[in-house]
Each structure stands twice: as C-alpha cells, then as structure tokens.
Design a protein. Structure first.
Length: 232
C-alpha cells in the first residue's frame, strides 16, 4: 500500500544494431520515476495529462544527449508511459497513457565501449539515512571510459554525471508552461502503510554495474570449435 496517490513515469529504451537501412533493436533497457506532492493533495491532477508527459520526455531526451551522461549513441528511447497510481498500486484511470517514439528521436551521444548489460547507477537520496524509501536507484546504459590502473572513474567524471542527474531531477520538478505545482520526483515504498520521501540529492559511484534484467530481442549467436584428431 502506498501512502499517497502519485504519478508514475516509465521509459523503455533500446540498443540499435545493424547497418544503416537495416537497423533493429538488439536489446532493451528500462527505468522509472515516481512523482508526488508533499501533502499528498489534489495538485497531482495538474500534471495528469499529455502535456506533462511531453515535458518529462523532453527533459529525459536532453539528459540522454548530454555527453556528461555518457549514454551510448546507439541507445534510443522507444516508449514512455505516464499514469496516475492509486494507493493500492493500480492505475487510477481506465486507459494507460503511452507514447511510442521514433527510433533516434532521443539518443545518447558517445560511441559504445561496453557490452549492453554494463550500466552506471545513479542513487537518488532523500533526507533519511535508514528506513523505508530512504533511497532509490536508476541504472543507465553507459559508454564512460574507465581510467587506467584502478578500473574506475575519475572524480570529475562522477561529479559531472551527478550534476547531470541532479539537473534531470530539478527539471522534472519544474513544469514549464504549467501553473505552479508542488509535484516532484519521490522515492516511494509500498511496504506496510507506505512511505514517501522527496529526492534531495544524487550519488554516483566510480564503479560500473551489471544490469541483468534487460530483455534480449533475439537469441545469442555462438561460434563453435572442436579438438583436432588425437586431442581427445
């Protein structure tokens, strides 16, 4: 059970593969963010619309294109969803708000350097250091180059990513063209009676992560070799 009604923004991206003119999606990557008001009040209705959805997509696209976010150039945004969620965790409205995006409308900006399951995490922090909804995480595809020697990132790289992620959170809380609203990104838990905390900061580590929940779009191809005569 959530402690308040809120909006859920979900995105699905893909890894483009193949030559020009014959491209296909090799694998997908996903993410989500919840939005709520501090008092759990009716202002959530001000952003339960297509214009707010478009605003969120535009901000996410700007984040993807910035070199400091290090999203690979062949990572594209495929689909986004923007829906109101009740305390029971179900959609409030009868229909799901979904937008499909043309390939390469929103992409990363630097050449790929890692396998598709390699990711870089942003940790969304709150004013809590323990307990429910104290922090959240998003795993992003990455092409950020590791430094030689320690297999990690330099402080200026992690700081640049943290600042970009914080800008994304700030932009998602500023609704261009709308009446003033208190709706902003939250970390939320549905355990027990639920807990919600607004995101107050971002942490970015100097190590890569592996995201194994991505869904492959086609079977993996193998090459096979056999021992020669007399070798077993």
């Amino acid at each position: 059970m959530f402690d308040r009604e809120h909006m859920l923004f979900q995105w699905t991206g893909g890894f483009l593969a193949g030559p020009n003119g014959a491209r296909y999606i090799e694998e997908i990557w996903v993410g989500s963010m919840r939005f709520a008001t501090d008092d759990g009040g009716p202002q959530i209705a001000l952003v339960d619309n297509d214009n707010a959805h478009d605003d969120l997509v535009s901000d996410l696209g700007a984040f993807m294109r910035n070199v400091n976010s290090a999203i690979p150039a062949r990572c594209v945004l495929l689909q986004t969803k923007w829906n109101r969620i009740g305390r029971d965790g179900r959609y409030v409205n009868d229909q799901t708000r979904v937008k499909d995006h043309a390939w390469e409308s929103y992409t990363g900006s630097i050449p790929s350097v890692y396998p598709m399951q390699v990711s870089w995490a942003t940790t969304w922090t709150t004013d809590a250091t323990r307990g429910l909804a104290k922090a959240g995480r998003t795993f992003w595809p990455t092409a950020m180059q590791l430094t030689d020697g320690d297999y990690g990132f330099k402080p200026d790289q992690t700081l640049a990513m943290a600042r970009m992620a914080q800008k994304l959170i700030d932009d998602w809380g500023n609704w261009d063209g709308f009446d003033t609203t208190t709706v902003r990104p939250y970390v939320m838990s549905r355990k027990g009676e639920g807990m919600s905390r607004p995101i107050t900061g971002v942490k970015v580590g100097d190590r890569l992560d592996i995201q194994r929940r991505r869904k492959g779009q086609k079977p993996e191809k193998y090459s096979q070799a056999y021992p020669g005569p007399g070798q077993g």
